[in-house]
Design a protein around this ligand. Structure first.
Ligand code: GLU
Length: 384
């Protein structure tokens, strides 16, 4: 019997669909997958070369649990320069981004502590909060507002038990980019009530409209923030599991204690290659972002041709979160699309109760697959 803690957690909705797709593909079914947020590109060659060089050079042992100094410095320098966050290498722990979220939950949430989450928001925040014994408190965001957070609702949700607020901008699954003024107000609330903010900035470079603001950039706010981010999405490095947490030195010490008892350190040669990813030429990265922007236009055009679908143009990340006007649960619709239409999407409810009536489509797929998959969605809905 697994622990009560684990019994209460459903498997990850995104990973579950993706596992089903792999199974169907293995059985010879031609499935188009819009499920995982996983770029279809290969990792740029200069990064792969750096990794091979590292391996051949024998860099195959443990590294310091905090990560190698060159990478910690590269992460801190770029974050300071790009996002105006007052950090240096001592504020960085190298660890996969999802691990950084998990470590943060374990380090700061005691049983009964409340954590404020946007509804909808990415699947694993709630799971990490619950695994730590915490209570997720969802604050609704609205399709009509482009899923921008309402600071007044956040303030109203604060209680003496509130320990953390989770922000993810650009957002998975909605593609919303939280405006600077909204983030400033959330920072004020966090500082007033001395609440930590977990700021997931993994999509920070994939922005089509507006610009990225890190909540940690407001005066005094870095002291209350744990930023998590990584290379998976921007550099097509999902399989490398390379990311980081950026936080005040005491927080990094706490997270590192957990790292030392769990994964020990991030993968050594992947760390060396990540220095090349961050400091080397950025043209491949820029080309991929440009291509996501083009595909976003294609997806929006194709969605506009499907009766009964409404969708906000995402301002960042590579997801669309369309609303459909059928009287059918989103989990059921996703099942029908997969089983009958052979196209995989993630049900909106995987991202919180506010996701009912929506599906998430990841357009980090080839144009050919986007066109074919969208045609399958259109046909399956028409046949319902
Ligand atoms: N973050 C990606 C997604 O939402 C990958 C899967 C996961 O980590 O949940 O699709």
């Amino acid at each position: 019997m697994v622990s009560k803690r684990l019994q209460e957690i459903p498997p990850s909705g995104t990973i579950a669909i993706s596992n089903m797709v792999s199974q169907m593909k293995a059985e010879g079914v031609d499935v188009i997958s819009f499920s995982l947020g996983e770029p279809d590109f290969s990792t740029p060659g200069n990064i792969v070369d750096a990794c091979c060089e590292s391996l051949r050079g024998g860099f195959t042992h443990y590294t310091p649990s905090l990560g190698i100094p060159e990478l910690r410095k590269a992460v801190a320098d770029t974050t300071r320069a790009r996002n105006n966050v007052p950090c240096d290498a001592s504020n960085v722990l190298i660890t996969p981004c999802k691990q950084a979220i998990f470590l943060t939950a374990l380090a700061y949430i005691d049983p009964g502590d409340e954590v404020i989450l946007a509804d909808p928001s990415w699947v694993s925040y709630e799971a990490c909060v619950r695994l730590a014994g915490g209570v997720p408190v969802y604050v609704p965001t609205r399709f009509e507002d482009g899923f921008v957070l309402d600071p007044a609702l956040i303030e109203a949700a604060v209680t003496p038990r509130t320990r953390m607020i989770v922000i993810n901008t650009p957002s998975n699954p909605t593609g919303a980019v939280q405006p600077k003024e909204v983030l400033r107000q959330i920072a004020d609330i966090a500082m007033k009530h001395n609440i930590k903010v977990l700021s997931d900035e993994i999509y920070e470079s994939i922005i089509y409209e507006g610009s990225h603001t890190s909540i940690a950039s407001f005066p005094g706010m870095f002291e209350n923030t744990i930023i998590v981010s990584g290379l998976s999405k921007t550099y097509a490095m999902t399989g490398w599991r390379m990311g980081w947490a950026i936080a005040p030195a005491d927080d990094i010490k706490a997270l590192n204690k957990l790292q030392s008892h769990s994964i020990s350190c991030a993968v050594s040669f992947a760390q060396q290659a990540s220095v090349e990813a961050i400091l080397g030429p950025q043209d491949a990265r820029d080309a991929m972002i440009k291509e996501f922007s083009r595909r976003r236009g294609i997806v929006m055009d194709l969605l506009s041709e499907i009766p009964g679908i409404e969708c906000n143009a995402p301002k960042g990340a590579f997801y669309v979160f369309p609303k459909y006007n059928r009287d059918i649960k989103s989990a059921k619709l996703a099942e029908i699309l997969l089983q009958q239409g052979h196209v995989a999407v993630t049900p909106g409810t995987a991202f919180g109760p506010g996701g009912e009536g929506f599906i998430r489509i990841s357009y980090a797929a080839s144009e050919e697959n986007i066109r074919e998959g969208m045609a399958r969605i259109k046909k399956t809905l028409a046949d319902l």
